[in-house]
Every structure is written in structure tokens, then in C-alpha cells.
Design a protein around this ligand. Structure first.
Ligand code: NAD
Ligand code: G6P
Ligand code: MN
Length: 443
């Protein structure tokens, strides 16, 4: 049986233990010879690795685990790289969220000004990572990338490294499908959905269960309850936290007004920004919840292990996030042609959107990469919204490549979450100050 070498880039991530467990649960089919952990922050990675090693010990002790901060050691002859880096860490995420909120504008990790700020930090480190992998990895390697903001990352990579062997993915569509499946009383694998949009900006247009159209049932549920279930903790720990419960609940307002399609939960930031800001705690945003929750839980588990030798493996969970990246990788390597919602170049799949748009749509994942499935024409309302957001994302990439303040200001002004050019300028200027160590200079 072929064995694979796989590197996790950004291995100090809070998601690493869950992803590793998910990989090892598939060892009968997708056997690892070596798991390499790579991060620019050796200390953080070292802590997370304490849990990773415990997981390996428990689920597949044959796998060799290597920790490194050296690119050559990390990527030499690898088959796979799973990328999940957060440029600037949670400290910068917190500023991305809090600075726009000072102006009563949505403060969010990947949406609105915060998402654009995160994009300006991530474009060049992502290109650097691709180049390092290209230099050292096997010619047949694949990078499966979760690093956010995925829409801006995908646009930049398409322009700067069009031949990169990278699949950009997001767990939100598949996470939403998990809720939909629970609502319909079936498993996620039984669903076939139709969907179009950009990353964190799209809609489910049809939901089929084993050939039967069940969209109307989902719509009815969503109109009353959003995509909430009575007990969210049954499906996922992360998404049973208060802010995610609010997010899944807000879907009811959007489906009530626009019952045609079921929106990606992230549409709340663009369609209901006033409501979102009014119900946000400006002093304590999601970054604080994550630092005091998911991150603390992991570090506490490591501390406890170091002092008592006992490990609480419930400090992390696999969830749909860990499952999905492994499912995509397996479909790539074994040519399974599984149908997943992923980020691909449009090339006519959505007939009335530009060919070069990086869209999130269904595709068959083959050993040659994704084969996009044709969506056809989309209605004016959605087309207009998407074109505005797409222009915004393209302008962020332009701003980074051209060191252009004006393009950045255009992007911020165009975003639906921002009310005026004056406001865009104030937020942009504050973010420039906060991101001095990370952004390309904007002139
Ligand atoms: P985290 O801060 O816990 O982990 C990120 C790690 O990346 C850190 O250890 C950091 O040191 C490292 N890093 C930063 N810059 C790097 C670089 N240039 N090279 C290598 N490593 C680098 O963050 P997290 O909350 O666990 O999230 C990890 C990433 O996954 C983020 O980008 C997040 O937005 C993304 N994410 C994406 C999805 C999706 O749907 N696409 C879902 C969940 C998380
Ligand atoms: C979903 C999205 C990711 C995002 C994450 C944030 O999974 O698809 O793109 O990074 O949520 O979750 P968090 O728990 O860190 O707020
Ligand atoms: Mn996502």
C-alpha cells in the first residue's frame, strides 16, 4: 500500500489535532508514512504538537511525526500540504473585528473591512508558501488550503501562481449541509446540493436527498428557525457556541424576505449589517471568544499533560472541518470524483459571471483537480450582489500588487458593509496603522 508524506503548514493551529485525528481515522485507505508539522511559530506549534503526538500514539503509532520551522525539512518530497495559516494570529483578528466596530460597521474575521485587512496580510505569505512547496515537494503534490480569507487568497493565487497545485476550500458550505441534513433527518453524505456564489458569499438553490427534492422542507424550517436545531451541541461543539447559534438563527430573517434560496450563514454580514452591529458586543468579539475558548482549552490540556501526564482528548474534536479536508484530499489522490462545494475558476460554469471569477460551486474532485459542474444563469439579485463583492475582492488584490491606497479605498468603499467613502477612509486609515508590520505599503 502506498504511504504518504503530509505536512500541515500552520500546524500551531487550534484545528490541527482534529485534522490529524481525522487523517488517522482513514488510515486503512489513506495511510501516512510521515506527518510533518510546520509553522513559523515554533513555540506555539510545539504546544499543539503535544496533543498531536498523543493522537498519533492512540490512532496510528506507526506514523513518524516531525516538527520543523525549516521550509526544506517541511516540504522535501511531500505528497500533501494542508495549509491553515493565520497571518497575524488572533491578536490581529481581534483588531480586524474591533476597528470597524468603532464606526458601527460589521467587524468580522473574513467579511467586510476586517476580511479585507486579513486579505492584505495573507496574500504574500501565501504566495511564499506556494513557492516553497513547489521548490521542495513532489511534482505531483497537492496543497489543500483552508487559510483565510479564502476568496481573496484564491483570487491572488489565480493571478500570481496560476499553475499552482492548490485546492482552496471552506468548511462553511459543508458545515451548513450538516445542519440541513440534521433538519431532514438524514446524513450529510445523502445530500446532493446545488449552490453558487463566492467564498462566504453564496446560496443553496436546491437540496436533494437520494434523488428527492427536499428544498421546500428546508425552506419552511429555515423561515421559522433559520438553520438551528433544538440541540446544536449534538452536531458540533464549535457551532453550538452563542455567536454561531445567533448566526444560524439569523438565516430565518433572510429566508423570510428572500425565500427563493437558502443563504450561506455569512450572508448575514452583507444583507443584515445594521442588525448584526446592533447585536454585537464591541468589547468582546469572536476573537475573544476563541482565545478564551478553543485556544485556551488546547493550551490548558497541554499544561495539564505536562504536569500530570494525563491528556483530555476531548479538548478538541474532529467535526466537519477535520473530515472535509481529508475527504477532499482522498478524492484528489484516489481520483474518487466526489462532488464537493469548492472554490474554482468560473470558466463559464455560472454563465452570467466573468470567466476569471473564483467562484464557490459544486465540482467533482479528480486526480487532475476539480471539474466544475455547470450552474447556468443566476438571477439578477444574486448576480448584482456577487459582482459587487467580486469587484471588491479584486480591488483588494490590486491594492496589494500595485501598492495602491486608492484601490484599497475603492475596495473598502464598495463593500456592502460600509456606508460611505468617508467612513471607508477612516476605517482604512486605522487599519493601515494597525497593520504596519504586515501590509504591503499603500501609497
Ligand atoms: P491559529 O492562529 O490557531 O493557527 C494558525 C497558525 O498559523 C499559527 O500557529 C501561526 O503561527 C501560523 N502561521 C501564521 N503565519 C504563517 C506562515 N506564514 N507560515 C506558516 N504558518 C504560519 O488559527 P486557527 O483559528 O486555528 O485558524 C487557522 C486558519 O484556518 C486561519 O486562516 C483560519 O481563518 C482558517 N480557517 C479556515 C476555514 C475555512 O473554511 N476555509 C475554517 C476554519 C479555519
Ligand atoms: C467557519 C468558516 C471559516 C472561519 C471559521 C471561524 O468555519 O468557514 O472560514 O474561519 O468559521 O470560526 P471561529 O470559531 O474561529 O470563529
Ligand atoms: Mn470558510
Amino acid at each position: 500500500m502506498k504511504k504518504f508524506i503530509l505536512t500541515i503548514a500552520g500546524a500551531g493551529s487550534t484545528y490541527t489535532p482534529g485534522i490529524v485525528k481525522s487523517l488517522l481515522l482513514n488510515k486503512e485507505q489513506f495511510k501516512l508514512e510521515e506527518l510533518r508539522l510546520y509553522d513559523i511559530d515554533g513555540e506555539r506549534q510545539g504546544k499543539v504538537a503535544v496533543i498531536v503526538k498523543k493522537v498519533v500514539e492512540e490512532f496510528d503509532p506507526e506514523v513518524k511525526v516531525t516538527l520543523t520551522t525549516e521550509p526544506e525539512e517541511a516540504f522535501k518530497d511531500v505528497d500533501f500540504v494542508f495549509a491553515q495559516m493565520r497571518v497575524g494570529g488572533y491578536k490581529m483578528r481581534e483588531l480586524d473585528e474591533k476597528i470597524p466596530l468603532k464606526y458601527d460597521v460589521v467587524g468580522q474575521e473574513t467579511c467586510g473591512p476586517g476580511g479585507m485587512a486579513y486579505g492584505l496580510r495573507t496574500i504574500f505569505p501565501m504566495i511564499e508558501l506556494i513557492d516553497l512547496v513547489e521548490k521542495y515537494a513532489k511534482r505531483t503534490h497537492w496543497i489543500v488550503n483552508y487559510s483565510n480569507p479564502a476568496a481573496i487568497v484564491a483570487e491572488a493565487v489565480k493571478r500570481l501562481r496560476p499553475r499552482a497545485r492548490i485546492m482552496n476550500i471552506c468548511d462553511m458550505p459543508v458545515g451548513t449541509m450538516r445542519n440541513i441534513a440534521a433538519i431532514l433527518g438524514c446524513s450529510r453524505e445523502d445530500l446532493t446540493v446545488e449552490y453558487f456564489g463566492l467564498n462566504h458569499y453564496g446560496w443553496f438553490t436546491k437540496i436533494m436527498v437520494k434523488g428527492e427534492d427536499r428544498t421546500a422542507e428546508v425552506r419552511e424550517h429555515a423561515r421559522k428557525h433559520g438553520l438551528l436545531l433544538e440541540d446544536m451541541s449534538k452536531i458540533d461543539v464549535q457551532h453550538s457556541e452563542p455567536s454561531w447559534v445567533k448566526t444560524y438563527g439569523n438565516i430565518k430573517y433572510m429566508v423570510d424576505m428572500f425565500p427563493e434560496y437558502i443563504p450561506n450563514p455569512y450572508m448575514q454580514y452583507y444583507l443584515l449589517p445594521d442588525h448584526i452591529v446592533a447585536h454585537m458586543n464591541k468589547e468582546r468579539t469572536r476573537a475573544n471568544e476563541v482565545m478564551e475558548g478553543r485556544e485556551k482549552k488546547i493550551f490548558d490540556a497541554v499544561d495539564k499533560f505536562n504536569t500530570t501526564g494525563e491528556m483530555d482528548l476531548s479538548a478538541f474534536y474532529v467535526g466537519v472541518h477535520g473530515q472535509f479536508i481529508v475527504e477532499v484530499a482522498m478524492s484528489l489522490v484516489f481520483d474518487l470524483r466526489k462532488r464537493f462545494l469548492v472554490i474554482v475558476e468560473n470558466n463559464g460554469a455560472v454563465k452570467n459571471l466573468p470567466d476569471d471569477a473564483m467562484v464557490e460551486i459544486p465540482a467533482y474532485i479528480t486526480s487532475n483537480g476539480p471539474e466544475a459542474i455547470r450552474v447556468g444563469e443566476i438571477p439578477t439579485f444574486y448576480k448584482g450582489l456577487i459582482e459587487q463583492q467580486l469587484a471588491c475582492e479584486k480591488l483588494v488584490v490590486d491594492a496589494a500588487l500595485e501598492n495602491s491606497y486608492e484601490k484599497a479605498l475603492q475596495a473598502f468603499t464598495m463593500n456592502r458593509t460600509v456606508r460611505s467613502a468617508f467612513q471607508a477612509k477612516q476605517i482604512l486609515d486605522d487599519l493601515i496603522e494597525a497593520n504596519k508590520a504586515y501590509w504591503p505599503e499603500l501609497k
